[in-house]
Design a protein around this ligand. Structure first.
Ligand SMILES: NC(=O)c1ccc[n+]([C@@H]2O[C@H](COP(=O)([O-])OP(=O)(O)OC[C@H]3O[C@@H](n4cnc5c(N)ncnc54)[C@H](OP(=O)(O)O)[C@@H]3O)[C@@H](O)[C@H]2O)c1
Length: 278
């Protein structure tokens, strides 16, 4: 049985914690406070992005924590208006400057943005940055298999990670298997159902929470981990930030996992990565 509290090893040999703190919709000044709470609670992976506008606050909290940089795992993402080799490289350098660090542990292409058709070239910039030690691992986000295959065909490398919308209402069972067969780690965004407040009140989630003496959020986070996903829940509240990490002292049974899987709706909450919106 895999030790879910231990890091996973990515396809390039880099170790990544299985749970991290997400910072979408956390403002720059708020990030300083919430990232400090997350680091104090024991999170070692922090997920930010150029688009979140909070890299300066995240970087400040990281530096003020006094924790050794090598013990932390920092992820950021290049936004859609910086696709293309040179633009992505500049965006990475700007992210590093805002974060006040010499390197990122993981840098992701935030969306494939197929209408621009520049994601392969953008990924080449990430591979070059990895060669130079500016990033330790090169990954993507919101990529469909067709985008991943094209990256692999044209660069020779699979991304290490694909961060995608994933929660019990949209559990991505097919994509998880597809990733597993190719050694790509699946990272879940919107893991608590994001805007859909009803998830934490669903019967199978509430029943498991009661059976294990846990909160519904802890049950859902545990469900991600038992499915082999890396999970990055966000909260602005210190008590929730700490509780969301306390998910290693219980295990969901096969029947509880199946019941939560049964909440699948087949519908995304976010936009379609293959569409033209982005
Ligand atoms: N790559 C992408 O395109 C993409 C897209 C979206 C998100 N992300 C990443 O994924 C991370 C997580 O996704 P997300 O922030 O969108 O959604 P999420 O983590 O699924 O949900 C966050 C919501 O859950 C609430 N919450 C957190 N802990 C809770 C608890 N213990 N009990 C009850 N409610 C709780 C939060 O409210 P409070 O803050 O009030 O606690 C917030 O409203 C993001 O922060 C970001 O880093 C990536």
């Amino acid at each position: 049985m895999t030790d879910l509290s231990a890091p996973i090893t990515l396809n390039d040999g880099v170790s990544m914690p299985r749970i991290g703190y997400g910072t979408y919709k956390v403002g720059d000044s708020e990030a300083r406070r919430t990232v400090e709470a997350a680091l104090e609670a024991g999170y070692r992976l922090i997920d930010t992005a150029e688009m979140y506008g909070n890299e300066t606050g995240v970087g400040r909290a990281v530096r003020e924590s006094g924790l050794a940089r090598e013990g932390l795992f920092l992820t950021s993402k290049v936004w859609n208006d910086h696709h293309g080799y040179d633009a992505a490289r500049r965006a990475l350098e700007d992210s590093l400057e805002r974060l006040g660090t010499d390197y990122l542990d993981l840098f992701l292409i935030h969306w494939p943005s197929p209408r621009q058709d520049l994601y392969v070239e953008t990924f080449q910039a990430l591979l070059q940055a990895k060669e130079e030690g500016l990033i330790r691992s090169a990954g993507v986000s919101n990529f469909l298999p067709e985008h991943l295959e094209r990256v692999r065909d044209e660069t020779g490398d699979w991304p290490s990670v694909n961060q995608v919308e994933l929660h019990p209402y949209f559990n991505q069972a097919g994509l998880r298997d597809w990733h597993r067969e190719r050694g790509i780690a699946t990272q879940s965004w919107g893991p608590l159902g994001q805007r859909t407040g009803s998830l934490l009140g669903e019967k199978p989630v509430a029943a498991a929470a009661e059976a294990h003496g846990r909160t519904p959020a802890q049950v859902v986070i545990r469900w991600h981990l038992q499915h082999g996903c890396v999970v990055i829940p966000k909260s602005s509240r210190p008590e929730r930030i700490a509780a969301n990490l306390d998910v290693f002292g219980f295990e969901l049974s096969g029947a509880e996992m199946d019941a939560i899987d049964g909440l699948e709706t087949g519908r995304r909450q976010g936009i379609d990565p293959g569409g033209t919106e982005r």
